[in-house]
Design a protein around this ligand. Structure first.
Ligand code: GSH
Length: 251
């Protein structure tokens, strides 16, 4: 099976799919793209969308981590990313959809808002990537890319402050799914990998790391994405982190 995965260094849904390919034992070529520029490249390659991750497998071109998960289960059913039991599958799909539609965006906005305040940690997110330009140069010239990503993703101060106020509730929801057995089972499922990678991205922010690491959700994140590039020193306004300090450290 000839597979090429297009990623952005540090991108959480890219990591989700990298782990799916790894777990299924599907060899693939990884192509790193710069954010924003990725859109033009994927358009030129006639992928169905302009976002990352994008997978070419055989003659199929697939955009989106959820669509890719389904296709991977089709071409390589073992080990499965979704349970066979219909009720269990529906619960995993619901958690996966929430991970994609809600948590993924919140994690992305927090990251770009933090990088807008200090772009030096950007280099750490490119560890293990091959961008085709020296990373020092990429960081020096990143200001317009960061500004564009803040705009594309609506990573405004108001939005991120609200996201962080909602984060304790999101973490509780994940801990509850773990307690119910929807997430965190013996074999990682599509929702574990979707949600775990977003948590792992949030944990690259030192502002948030401890509050997540102390909970079952934090353990899931490390299992889902044991290796994750990036380390951003505290930079978010302390007032935004109040609700996390008040949240219980462990379920
Ligand atoms: N929800 C989509 C991800 C969509 C997305 O926003 N991907 C980001 C990378 S994490 C991207 O393509 N950013 C580049 C851009 O929008 O210019 C999925 O799970 O596949």
């Amino acid at each position: 099976m000839d597979a090429t995965l297009y990623v952005i260094p540090g991108s959480h849904p890219s990591r989700t799919v990298m782990r799916m390919l790894e777990i299924k034992g599907i060899p693939y070529k990884r192509v790193d793209l710069m954010p924003v520029i990725s859109r033009g490249v994927l358009r030129a390659m006639r992928f169905p969308g302009v976002t990352i991750p994008a997978l070419r497998i055989g003659d199929q071109k697939i955009t989106g981590s959820r669509a890719i998960a389904k296709e991977l289960d089709r071409v390589q059913p073992d080990p499965p990313l979704y349970p066979a039991d219909p009720a269990a599958r529906a619960a995993v799909e619901q958690a996966e959809a929430w991970g994609d539609d809600v948590l993924q965006g919140a994690a992305r906005r927090a990251l770009w808002n933090a990088l807008k305040r200090d772009r030096t940690p950007l280099a750490s997110f490119s560890e293990g990537a091959r961008l085709g330009v020296p990373i020092g140069l990429a960081v020096k010239t990143a200001a317009p890319i960061i500004a564009a990503e803040v705009r594309i993703n609506d990573a405004t101060d108001d939005r991120v402050r609200d996201d962080l106020a909602a984060l304790p509730g999101m973490l509780q929801r994940i801990d509850d799914w773990i307690a119910e057995g929807v997430l965190g089972g013996e074999q990682l499922n599509a929702a574990d990998l979707q949600i775990g990678a977003s948590l792992r991205l949030l944990m690259t922010l030192q502002d948030l790391r401890e509050a997540i690491a102390a909970r079952p959700a934090g353990e899931l994140a490390i299992r889902a994405a044991p290796e994750y590039p990036g380390d951003a020193p505290p930079v978010l306004p302390p007032a935004w982190l109040e609700s996390l300090r008040k949240a219980p450290a462990a379920a």
